[in-house]
Design a protein around this ligand. Structure first.
Ligand code: NAP
Length: 256
């Protein structure tokens, strides 16, 4: 239990909402940054009015993202952790994906993080141990047919985590794959996938919960608890690294 201040991008639904929920349940403070206030996020706001600050904005707006970090810092008086969670999938093989789509994936999955990092890094240096958790994907290290732009963007995210870990020795920085998590984002991914890929994804979702490995399906609440723990407790030994949330090293830490 604690009172860390965590800024989360994309906490209005899906994995980000689950991370916010887990942190708030443990008395941490959360600044949520997303374009919309969903009914689920509003319910959290009503439940934790003192501990949740909801800021509406688009991660592709650099000034708004930077201002959101400053607003969170002024509101809570400190910043301990950043969870850079917004990411979109783009279904399409390299041969079929025009450069404009590659640019829009990289804009959201990679470049949008920079203004937030620019604003947050000086604040994270001010606390004894700042932390940054990137929501990554195993597609950044394992190829998946029809996801080349997304995969390349997540590889860039993993690289960014590695670079910050050496640039900022007092800020623990890591990238984590959440596994396959039924979320609005995954539903969009399936609905826009070519039929053969969509049927593989749908079949995977029917698999029983509780399996492990990068393609294992787990509910957002389960994954959100692990992410929440890492966002406020990740030790120095994991800084700069990429993990799947259910790798032994992570499970050993978070479930201890
Ligand atoms: N679900 C999976 O199986 C899975 C697997 C591997 C990796 N991931 C990664 O996990 C992360 C979260 O995925 P998810 O499945 O939870 O996605 P999701 O259900 O689509 O939720 C995405 C969140 O990001 C916000 N968002 C999207 N675009 C935004 C923008 N331009 N500005 C501000 N906020 C924006 C959305 O809120 P608003 O719409 O309100 O703005 C929402 O809160 C992503 O990085 C994804 O790549 C997910």
């Amino acid at each position: 239990m604690g009172n860390s201040v965590v800024f989360i991008t994309g906490a209005s639904k899906g994995i980000g909402l689950a991370v916010a929920t887990a942190l708030l349940a443990q008395s941490h403070n959360v600044a949520s940054y997303a374009r919309t206030v969903t009914p689920e996020l509003q319910a959290l706001q009503d439940q934790y009015p003192q501990h949740l600050l909801t800021i509406s904005g688009d991660v592709t707006d650099p000034a708004a993202s930077s201002a959101a970090v400053t607003q969170a810092y002024k509101h809570f008086g400190r910043l301990d952790s950043l969870v850079l969670n917004v990411g979109i999938p783009a279904m399409g093989s390299t041969a079929d994906t025009p450069v404009e789509e590659w640019r829009s994936v990289f804009e959201i999955n990679v470049f949008s993080m920079i203004p937030t990092l620019n604003a947050a890094l000086p604040l994270l240096r001010m606390v004894e141990t700042g932390r940054i958790l990137f929501t990554s994907s195993h597609t950044g290290v394992i190829p998946f047919p029809g996801l080349s732009a997304t995969s390349a963007s997540k590889a860039a995210v993993n690289s960014l985590a590695r670079s910050i870990a050496v640039e900022e020795p007092n800020i623990i920085t890591l990238a984590v794959h959440p596994g396959v998590v039924p979320t609005p984002g995954l539903a969009t991914c399936i609905s826009t996938a070519p039929p053969d890929v969509a049927s593989v994804l749908r079949a995977g979702l029917d698999a029983p919960r509780g399996a492990t490995g990068p393609t294992a399906v787990n509910d957002a609440a389960f994954v959100g608890k692990r992410f929440a723990w890492l966002a406020v407790n990740a030790p120095k030994s994991v800084s700069g690294r990429f993990f799947c949330h259910d790798e032994d090293e992570i499970v050993h830490l978070t479930d201890a």
